[in-house]
Design a protein around this ligand. Structure first.
Ligand SMILES: [Zn+2]
Length: 359
């Protein structure tokens, strides 16, 4: 065959199959399952059971089900025995393992109300009522067992209401996916495990404070309610609860991976129409809008944040900071920041670069 013809065929194949070899899709590869409390921290205590034992039982059963169905998914436990693990360390375990999902498992409790019952699933956010704040306060009180809490949590006082105002910054970028997972878990707890529905809620949990991935905290039921305590202690009850979380995880994984394939296709289509900034980002002073921090580099950030323009990143202290837009003036960047915030990136702010370097 003529070499020119072979060259021509190879050349043409790049035009015909432009995305072959480049299409990378996001997959759920690692899940961290966090059994609340442990060791010297019993969590809430019922008439017969301790929260730390129920959470460990349900966590292990959930992990076993996931491993069986998806041998290629890495299941990491923050603890697999009756030991004490600091709240911050639980988040660090998730971040170190580059987890795609973090599921913290707990039991609820309320004083002098033995009839109060039901399951609820939390994401990190601002509490809308005192009941949610009280759940967060009770769970965060675990740090009172920690010797270096003052350093780890910047002096955070779990009992002070003021301390709970707006500290969900890192989680805000994962809010949508956290919410999706929380809703799936809550639906399964109500549908499959027949729990009374207390809904999906928001509050400030220290264990979710520094996790850099979609994260939820599940309150399986009330240990202060003798019927629910009995259910959560029983093998059958734990099987149902674990199965509910597992089924929600499966649906989340399927949806997430399907969504990422669809995003990839859209990116291939929209690449050519992507507007380029009129300013040169590597020369002189430019302003960008920083909207996210991640512990790893995304293969194609524009495909993940497709609702933002000119997505870029820079590295700082081993973390990857993602920016959108590129403007010659701070006023333009401020305007665009408002648009970014309105799209749900709550903590977005303007950053300055000089000759490509963050100032
Ligand atoms: Zn708890």
């Amino acid at each position: 065959m003529n070499y020119k013809l072979i060259f021509f065929i190879i050349l043409m194949s790049f035009f015909i199959f432009p995305s072959v070899g480049y299409a990378q899709t996001a997959k759920i590869r690692t899940v961290v399952i966090d059994a609340g409390h442990g060791g010297k921290d019993p969590g809430a205590v019922g008439k017969k059971a301790k929260e730390k034992d129920i959470t460990l039982g349900v966590a292990k059963k959930t992990g076993d089900l996931i491993k069986k169905k998806y041998p290629d998914v890495k299941v990491v436990y923050t603890r697999s025995s009756d030991v004490f693990v600091e709240l911050m360390e639980r988040a660090r375990i998730a971040n170190r393992n580059n987890a795609d999902v973090f599921i913290s498992i707990h039991c609820n409790s309320v004083a002098n109300a033995p009839k109060t019952c039901g399951a609820e699933t939390f994401i990190m956010g601002e509490h809308r009522n005192s009941a949610n704040l009280n759940v967060a306060k009770r769970e965060n009180a675990s740090i009172l067992y920690e010797s270096d809490a003052q350093d780890n949590y910047d002096g955070f006082d779990p009992n002070s209401t003021e301390a709970y105002i707006a500290f969900s910054f890192i989680q805000s970028e994962f809010k949508q996916h956290s919410l999706e997972l929380a809703e799936l878990v809550q639906n399964e707890l109500v549908g499959k495990a027949k729990r009374a529905d207390r809904g999906v809620q928001q509050a400030g949990f220290l264990v979710l404070y520094k996790t850099a991935m979609p994260s939820i905290l599940v309150e399986l039921g009330f240990i202060s309610n003798p019927t629910e305590e009995q259910y959560m202690m029983s093998k059958e009850g734990q099987d149902y609860l674990a199965s509910a979380i597992y089924r929600a995880f499966c649906t989340y994984k399927t949806n997430y991976e399907k969504e990422s394939v669809e995003l990839q296709h859209e990116v291939v289509k929209t690449h050519e129409t992507q507007t380029q900034p009129a300013v040169d980002k590597n020369h002189g002073v430019v302003y960008k809008v920083q909207f996210a921090t991640r512990n790893r580099k995304l293969d194609n950030p524009q495909s993940v944040y497709k609702d933002l323009q000119n997505v870029d990143y820079y590295e700082h202290n081993g973390m990857f900071k993602y920016t959108a837009g590129c403007f010659a003036t701070k006023a333009e960047a401020n305007n665009y920041m408002k648009e970014v915030v309105s799209k749900g990136y709550d903590g977005a702010f303007v950053v300055k670069f000089e000759n490509g370097i963050r100032k």
